[in-house]
Design a protein around this ligand. Sequence first.
Ligand SMILES: *Cc1c(COP(=O)(O)O)cnc(C)c1O
Length: 403
Amino acid sequence: MIPFSPPRIDDKIIAEVVDTLKSGWITTGPKTKLFEKKLAEYTGAKACLCLNSATAGLELILRWFGVGKGDEVIIPAYTYCATANVVIHCGATPVMVDVEKDTFNIDPKKLKLAITAKTKVIIPVDIAGLPCNYDEIHNIVNSPVIKEYFTPENEIQKQLGRILIMADAAHSLGAKYKNNNSGTLTDISVFSFHAVKNLTTAEGGAIALNLLKGFDNEELYKFLCVLGLHGQNKDALAKTSGNWRYDVITAGYKVNMTDIQASMGLVELARYDDDTLVKRRYIFEVYDNAFNHDEKYILPLFKTNESTSSFHVYLLRIKDISEAQRDEIITKINEKGVSVNVHFQPLPLLSFYKSLGYDIKDYPQAFDNYKCEISLPVFYDITNEQLHTIINAVKTSVREVIG
Ligand SMILES: *Cc1c(COP(=O)(O)O)cnc(C)c1O
């Protein structure tokens, strides 16, 4: 069976992890701090904070911004459940917005209509690694009419004076929008280093800070370190050499990254642009060349006038098929020894969100994109022979089902 996206675990990764194990320092320590520094250099963000997941990063920022009961946070209907769940954890209401046909990303026109006096945060998601239309989103949030609506409820919100834009950049490390890197495209961005993501630390994530207007990103970085470690004002590293006394300044969370994770991240980041992304782009191009001669297929966008993707997921669509036909095609592809996936089931299709009253009828484009979508395998160690097998399996299965 050709897998969907196994991690790249080679001797370099193993050696670096073993080095950490032998060093005696396995929790948050020098390697995590180094990885944070390298991530900030790589993205151009003003500071980066590493955590045990992107989910933790998204929630930490919502908590810092004071999002809670009565507040609304705008998210796309087409995303992974993490984007919605963090909003719910904070007691606020996720307001779901439909997406664009071509990019799968949140539709700025519909986003604008969803803003109310309760809107505190917008979480655009760079689906499959293609950045959202950030110029439009910034224009909306900064327009005088929309700023009028904004009702600050604490000092941080007052200082910002508008809706916070926090990108769910779980897919888009290494992507570009108008020559700027993902991580610097919004106030705050959150990356994921989960096992299936482009760059993995097994589990992990990072917050990239890029706040303007008198915000001290370095100070915020320090505060988030504390908030992510039980509100304890010194971490284990800072407590070494007799410096034992610490204080707890808030009931914080426990979401720090370990040096074992960071050692994987350091190896991955050093070869990310020149090796990982080159290979992923090559795979995308092979798929494009295989499917672009046939009218039946809608190819994913991974390079536009504004954006270059990070080539995270290859979202192939098949014109005019039903959800049932898509599912049948997937079964047939699986029978030919190839793992494929669907990214994503729009959240209003899932039981929990249905029970809260979300209805897929309100998100027709999300459903249309989803019902005919099949994500193809993309991973570093994929061979040309495997690509050939995958392409044949897809084409044959599509023919078997729709002729
Ligand atoms: C993977 C993913 C997340 C969550 O990342 P974790 O690191 O697993 O918390 C959030 N949003 C999207 C769009 C994702 O694909």
